[in-house]
Design a protein around this ligand. Structure first.
Ligand code: COA
Length: 362
């Protein structure tokens, strides 16, 4: 038995490849660094879904369809009652997605891609006592998400940064949430069921729940001089440093550098708190050094969540919403994997080793 299924190959995929030794991510034949800041979310979504649904389209064709889907799912926001709004944002988003019909077709896929993008900003505004804003189908997915969040038209740099984020996290091999999506798809349940299972896996702090705690860490460290002592104390208490370590990467997570690059235009135009960036750089260097010292046998470097925290904070998302934004970007990957599994795979049904007591002989 492999604890945590480490190194177990459980699917064949044409969607993405994570090379943990080289620190490289390939999405459908293209290296991540060639996609970020050159491709829109819509074009990467079209790339991921290509050949996996009954319709063929490119990013330009997908954009208006996704806009219409955002408009159509907005009706479900009316179901956000007080009990739903009392939930953490990612749980409230999941509850609204559970209202969508299950299916395996292109229209279901579109609704599911649109749903978290519309529901998350709406829930955040409603939780803050405001009104949910209707989608504007004429905008790109990223521009509309930011407008629905803040109520104002975002800057070009902000739109590019969110696009870069959504592209960066669109797919990533057989991570826990993607595996959950494929398990559900292998039973021939629909895409909505797959996405619901995947969100449930994503929200854990060891997966997509880490970036909020990364920001908490920056707040607690507060200034560069405190970094080394704070990190050492956290490790002394047996805590993990959020935003570091990965099951597959033994070197820097390439998505961390993609997001660091995506932050640059925001930094250059003064749209990010430069003090926080300086603090983050100090924390990153100090954490890598201290982890090397304390865990010499386990290479631990920065992961995607570290720069996710900085980028989403700079774009105005509250930290409790970070996992929900991750879900906006990853939904297309979950759908593509679910379709691939349903088209080519078998029922996923592993076995367990029984280590409990045996029945007493009569
Ligand atoms: N901080 C401190 N120590 C860490 C660590 C971290 N972030 N990540 C791993 N380790 C240590 C473990 O304590 C363990 O040490 P030990 O052998 O002395 O007990 C060793 O490294 C191996 O950890 P393990 O839990 O087997 O690794 P994993 O592959 O199961 O874990 C993560 C991968 C991502 C869950 C893990 O690195 C982690 O918890 N990171 C922090 C949360 C995070 O940033 N998640 C986002 C991932 S993209």
């Amino acid at each position: 038995m492999k604890n945590g299924l480490e190194d177990v190959i459980a699917a064949e995929t044409q969607l993405s490849d994570v090379d943990g030794e080289a620190g490289r991510l390939i999405i459908r034949g293209v290296s991540l660094d060639h996609l970020v800041l050159t491709q829109t979310y819509e074009s990467v979504a079209a790339l991921l879904l290509d050949g996996l649904t009954e319709k063929h389209f490119d990013g330009n064709q997908l954009r208006p369809k996704l806009g219409q889907a955002r408009e159509s799912v907005f009706a479900h926001v009316a179901a956000a009652d007080a009990a739903l709004l009392a939930l953490p944002p990612v749980d409230a988003v999941r509850a609204l997605i559970a209202r969508l019909a299950d299916g395996e077709d292109f229209d279901t896929a579109l609704q599911l891609m649109a749903a978290p993008a519309v529901f998350l900003p709406a829930i955040l505004r409603l939780q803050a006592g405001g009104q949910a804003l209707e989608p504007d189908p004429s905008l790109t997915h990223s521009a509309d998400i930011l407008r629905m969040l803040t109520g104002v038209r975002p800057s070009a740099e902000q739109v590019a940064a969110l696009d870069a984020y959504l592209v960066t996290i669109s797919d990533h091999g057989l991570n826990a949430s993607t595996f959950a999506s494929r398990v559900i798809a292998s039973t021939r349940a629909g895409l909505t069921s797959s996405v619901l299972a995947a969100i449930s896996a994503l929200k854990g702090p060891l997966h997509g729940g880490a970036p909020g705690p990364v920001l908490d860490m920056f707040d607690e460290i507060d200034c560069e001089e405190n970094a080394h002592a704070w990190l050492g104390n956290a490790l002394d208490r047996g805590e993990r440093l959020m935003g570091f370590g990965h099951r597959i990467y033994r070197v820097r997570d390439p998505r961390a550098d993609a997001l660091k690059g995506a932050l640059k235009p925001l930094i250059a135009t003064g749209q990010v708190d430069s003090r926080r960036i300086a603090l983050a750089e100090t924390v990153e260097q100090a954490a890598i050094a201290i982890l090397r010292e304390r865990k010499p046998d386990r290479p631990l470097d920065v992961n995607v969540e570290f720069y996710t925290a900085l980028l989403l904070d700079a774009l105005g998302f509250p930290r409790e919403a970070f996992t929900g934004v991750f879900a906006i970007g990853r939904t297309v990957g979950w759908i593509a994997h679910a379709r691939e599994q349903a088209l080519n795979g078998r029922l996923i049904r592993p076995r367990s080793v029984y280590v409990g007591p045996l029945p007493q002989a009569a």
